[in-house]
Design a protein around this ligand. Structure first.
Ligand code: ZN
Length: 248
């Protein structure tokens, strides 16, 4: 767990969700120092920003090896994104699916912007390894989550800054169940439990109901994906697959 593979620092795009929390652990197991960046863009599930701080604090406390390598956390105000997007994440509208087949939670090109800001910060702080939890295995069809998009972005960021950036997406070919297995391989049951309780995925921002798979409303697409992944992971573990009643 304390073996460093890359003697260089990295910057993790850390939203406070399951995927980015797993990516953070992946980076802490790999890089000599890890900083985090989060974006405040008026998202409706803003509560994930509050979850970030708690998750970072518990990670430091429960994984002292990693805690020693965990550096600064940066929050970037991208409120301007709310002005140019018209989606369920930034407005109090119902989450439904648009005719395009994309959920209307879609903020066009969001990850392109996130990585561009991460690269600008990374450039200034000497962090050329950028890590994000994008995935095209069981995603919702977001084109800016695709492997080709991010490989192309890596080239663009490197060319545009004359600075070699490496974009890492360790979850690209993993589904949600495999993401839980990765967390277990990285930090055992303690990390799985930390991510289960302290990471946030629910689009509705529900932190009232604790299910077997974590907090959430239980009905939005993010909760649905998270629940299915958890059940598949637990079945694979030979554990109880049935969902436990929600705690409050
Ligand atoms: Zn939900």
């Amino acid at each position: 767990m304390s073996q460093i593979i890359q003697p260089e620092p990295a910057l993790v795009l850390f939203s406070g969700g399951q995927d980015s929390a797993t990516c953070l652990a992946w980076a802490l197991a790999r890089f000599s120092r890890v900083e985090t960046i989060g974006f405040d863009y008026g998202q409706r599930h803003r509560i994930e920003l509050d979850c970030r701080a708690l998750l970072l604090e518990r990670l430091r406390r429960e994984f002292p090896d990693w805690g020693g390598r965990l550096g600064a956390d940066h929050i970037i105000d991208l409120g301007v994104l709310g002005q140019i997007s018209d989606t369920a994440l930034t407005r109090e509208s119902a989450i439904s699916f648009a005719a395009s087949g994309l959920p209307n939670t879609f903020v066009p090109g969001r990850n392109l912007l996130f990585f561009t800001f991460a690269a600008a910060l990374g450039y200034r702080r000497g962090l050329r390894h950028l890590v994000g939890g994008m995935c095209e295995t069981d995603y919702s069809g977001y084109p800016d989550c695709r492997d080709d998009t991010l490989k192309s972005l890596q080239a663009t960021l490197s060319l545009g800054t004359e600075h070699r950036f490496v974009v890492h997406t360790p979850l690209m070919w993993r589904d949600k169940a495999a993401t839980w297995r990765l967390a277990e391989a990285l930090g055992g049951a303690a990390l799985v439990e930390l991510i289960r309780r302290d990471s946030h995925s629910c689009y509705a921002g529900d932190r009232e109901r604790l299910h077997a798979w974590g907090y959430g409303c239980g009905t939005c697409p993010a909760c649905d994906l998270r629940r299915h992944g958890w059940l598949e992971y637990r079945e694979g573990e030979g554990g109880a697959a049935e969902e436990l009643p929600a705690e409050s």
